[in-house]
Design a protein around this ligand. Structure first.
Ligand SMILES: [Mn+2]
Length: 293
């Protein structure tokens, strides 16, 4: 089974692949490597809309789709606090306003990309958060209900991405199964979960079990090995993951999210797609052996 691959473009910029400065070079490299899409930055206040559209149209002209807009939620990434789980109402409101503007941006597409949401504190509170987990969860659910209802009116899907305890809240929304519990509780058609293997490897049980248990809500995937480098450089068993994604009939996008991209963005870009396509071939071969036609 062939899956669809995308690249989170902002992950390439630290090692020289800045799409906003060199759109032709970056997008041609992505298309030539064999990817199906690109995830563009959700920064409607910072990236000029004209520039955004130029990059979007160039991607389309190269046959690339835009399956997702990537949110900047962590303060190191966003340069400000956008915290959907905060008990500080102005911080929480700021996060919701950012999400709504990003949904407006997604709604300018004929086929709107999904948008990911995260619970990201102003500062890491590892190993234990100061705020009780129940309070964080209630705050996040209140924010997510408002965001999801707004997104539904604009035909946009929302994916909850759990992040590890060192980057997110230690103890709240670190695991995929926790994200699914929240999505099930809210129970909106346009709300799902986003699995980032780097985080899932740290915070869930066996990755394949976690993927299966959230399969009915799995919307989008962020692709990295356990060391956050390209797949094949660490100890995650990607052959088994492809077999699992085949068995649950996952038909969303798998977006490369390797930070920082090492040794350089072009190597990560090219080696990742080659590696994943080989895993697909191996899984198909195994399937043919087990179930010969
Ligand atoms: Mn991610």
């Amino acid at each position: 089974m062939q899956h669809k691959y995308s690249v989170i473009l902002c992950t390439l910029s630290a090692s020289g692949g800045n799409v906003w400065e060199n759109p032709v070079e970056v997008l041609e490299a992505v298309a030539n490597a064999g990817y199906n899409g690109v995830d563009l930055d959700a920064e409607p206040d910072r990236i000029d809309f004209k520039k955004f559209n130029e990059v979007k149209e160039l991607a389309f002209s190269l046959g690339l789709k835009v399956p997702a807009l990537i949110g900047a939620w962590a303060p190191w990434h966003a340069g400000e606090v956008r915290d959907l789980a905060s008990s500080d109402e102005s911080e929480r409101r700021h996060g919701i306003d950012y999400a709504k503007k990003s949904i407006d941006l997604a709604a300018t597409f004929d086929d709107p990309p999904c948008f990911e949401i995260v619970a990201s504190p102003a500062e890491s509170e590892y190993p234990v958060t100061k705020t009780p987990i129940k309070v964080l969860r209630d705050n996040f659910i209140k924010s997510t209900v408002e965001i999801t209802e707004y997104a539904a009116k604009h035909n946009v899907n929302i994916g909850i991405e759990p992040i590890n305890r060192f980057e997110g809240y230690a103890g709240f929304l670190n695991s995929l199964v926790e994200a699914k519990d929240i999505a099930d509780e809210i129970n909106a058609d346009n709300l799902g979960v986003l699995a980032d293997f780097f985080h899932v490897n740290m915070e869930d049980g066996p990755i394949n079990d976690a993927l299966r248990s959230v399969s009915d809500r799995l919307m989008h995937i962020h692709l990295a090995d356990n060391n956050r480098q390209g797949p094949g450089t660490g100890h995650i068993d990607f052959l088994q993951i492809i077999r699992t994604l085949n068995s649950i009939k996952f038909n969303g996008y798998i977006s490369l999210d390797s930070v920082p991209a090492k040794p350089d963005w072009k190597t990560v870009l090219n080696s990742t797609i080659i590696f994943m396509k080989q895993m697909e071939k191996m899984a198909d071969l195994q399937e043919q052996i087990v179930h010969p036609v």
